[in-house]
Structures are given as C-alpha cells and as structure tokens.
Design a protein around this ligand. Sequence first.
Ligand code: AHG
Ligand code: MN
Ligand code: MN
Ligand code: MN
Length: 329
Amino acid sequence: MYKPVSRMRRLIPVLKQDGVDTDLIMLVRTILAASKEIAFRVSQGELAGILGSTLNENIQGEVQKKLDVLANQLIKEMLLDDESVRAIASEEEEHVVAGHSTGRYIVAFDPLDGSSNIDVNGQIGTIFTVYPAREDVAYDSCQQFHQPGINQLCAGYILYGPSSLLVLSTGGPTRCYTLDLTHGGYLLTKAQMNVPRDSCEFAINMANYRHWSRVTQAYFDQVLYASERFRHSSVRWNAAMVGDVHRVLSRGGIFLYPEDARLGNETGKLRLLYEANPLSLLIEKAGGKATSSGRRTLEIMPKDLHQRVPVVLGSVGPVDDFNSAVFSA
Ligand code: AHG
Ligand code: MN
Ligand code: MN
Ligand code: MN
C-alpha cells in the first residue's frame, strides 16, 4: 500500500533516537552526501561520462574504472573536510590518507563495489565502516586500522540499483533506508532486517571451482550432483558483493568467496577491512553468521590495509553446514 514519503521516518531522527553520538551522525551524513552525488551520476550513466576504464591500476592490480576514481575522490574529499576524521583507508588508495590529528574516527571504504558491473548497467554500491581512532599509534599510521571488526562503531553500504538503498548498523539493528528522489533524503523502509535461518540459495562464482581447496570442491560436488537435500538449491551471482549480500539480507542464503589457489590457497579475493568486516557486521546484526576459514570474521586482527580473506556469510543454517563439512573434515 502506498504511503506518502512525507510521512516516513528520516535517517537523522532515527539515528538520534538510537542514541548515536552527534559527531558520528555528522560523519554518516558526510558519507551519504557523497553517495547521493554518486547515485545521481550513476543514474545518468553514459550521459554523465562515467562509464569505461582509466589507464591506471590500483594497488590490487585491478584496472581502475572511471567511476572507481570519481567515487573515491568524492568520498575522500568530503571526509577530509570533516574534522572528526583522523585517517582514511580506501580500496583505491595504496596508503592511509591522513585526516585531522585530533579526529575521533577512522573510516575505511570501498568507493565502488562491483566495478565490473558499471558498464553493463548492473548493481553496484559503496561500502563504508567507521572505527574509533587509536590513541596509542601515530594519527596517520596504517596501524590505526589494525583493529578487529568487532570494534566497528558503524558499518553500511549504499546499493545503487533500481532504487538506491542505504543499509546501516550503528551497533544496533541492521536497518534499511531508501533514497527518496523527491526530497533527496534517506527514508526508513525496514527498521530491522532479519536473515532467515535457512535457505537453499548459494551466491558463489562457480567458475572458480578449479581454484578451490579439495574440501570446498567436495562440498559443492554434493550440492550440484550428490546430496538429495540440495535438490531445491539455486545459484545466484551478481559479481557485486553489495548486491549479493543485499539479497542474502533480504531473503536468506549463503554468500561465499572461498580460498582460491590463484591468491595463495589460504586467502580469497575480498578485502577484510572495507568489504568483509562491514558486511559481516550488517549480517550479524540481522541475525546471520559471518565467517572466514571457519572463524568469526569480526575477530580477525588485520595485518594489512588491503588484506584479503576467504568469506562465507549469510543464513546460520547453511553457513554452519558449510563450515562443519569443510573445516571439521
Ligand atoms: P570491487 O569491484 O570493489 O573490486 O569488488 C569486486 C568484488 C566483489 O564485489 C564481488 O563479489 C567479486 O569481486 C566478484 O568477483 P569475480 O569477478 O571473481 O566473480
Ligand atoms: Mn576493485
Ligand atoms: Mn568491492
Ligand atoms: Mn571497489
């Protein structure tokens, strides 16, 4: 049933009611201001000249798309204007970028997730996370970010899809807001996202089978050919973590980017700091489970800004089933 947008709850009053610190609310507003500009440019597509690649590579060896660079620049510059920001880390920046030495927060972000979808008008997003700044290390050192994911004060993503959505937790429930194009604000559309406990939907790039460990291959041999209990399973892969995880948050399922021989057998493709950790917090705060090599992802102590980890997260039932088959074997 249609409800006038003027009667829906806006983001800031919800955060105030949740008791979120005023500085943190202002910081979230800063990130969202950048996201609105990205959302607008994305909606203009080719008309905004944002499609296609640059001639540069990022520190991970990926060719940067024009939109990776633009989104990074927008978010970075807006964050650096905010005095509460002590340091920032981004997928598209090799090193930590220094902010204000007295700032209370550090911010990590993936400015544009799902870059391979940009040119095909597919789902893309922005992922961000905020931690308390450390007082025991230099304000602009990468050690600022050597904190486990359980320390996150706030994590969220913006999904630029048919509508633009913000999914956010400030330590409480995972809430979903929709960007209202009539007034330009994020309005609360789901006060609490709940990941169903069981589901038969797998989000995995099956073409990577040859690069997985033998035990992961054996598990998927059961899913695809052998075990009757997987008879009703399906596979969905958007190639944008935000899109796949949003589906898991909305209707359950399991998302996997397991260890991969191309990356050194013990690690996966996704980055701990600005991909795995924020999405793991959102999954946990929606009643799901988020793991890496059978361990709780949020307890991993990062060693490097761009560290990669295997990722298995989603509905509790299938995550437990996968981990007990693969890591208790
Ligand atoms: P990014 O575009 O920020 O580099 O991240 C892409 C990631 C993630 O979003 C997605 O789940 C995965 O890469 C897709 O990888 P494959 O192309 O190997 O399927
Ligand atoms: Mn990338
Ligand atoms: Mn990404
Ligand atoms: Mn990215």
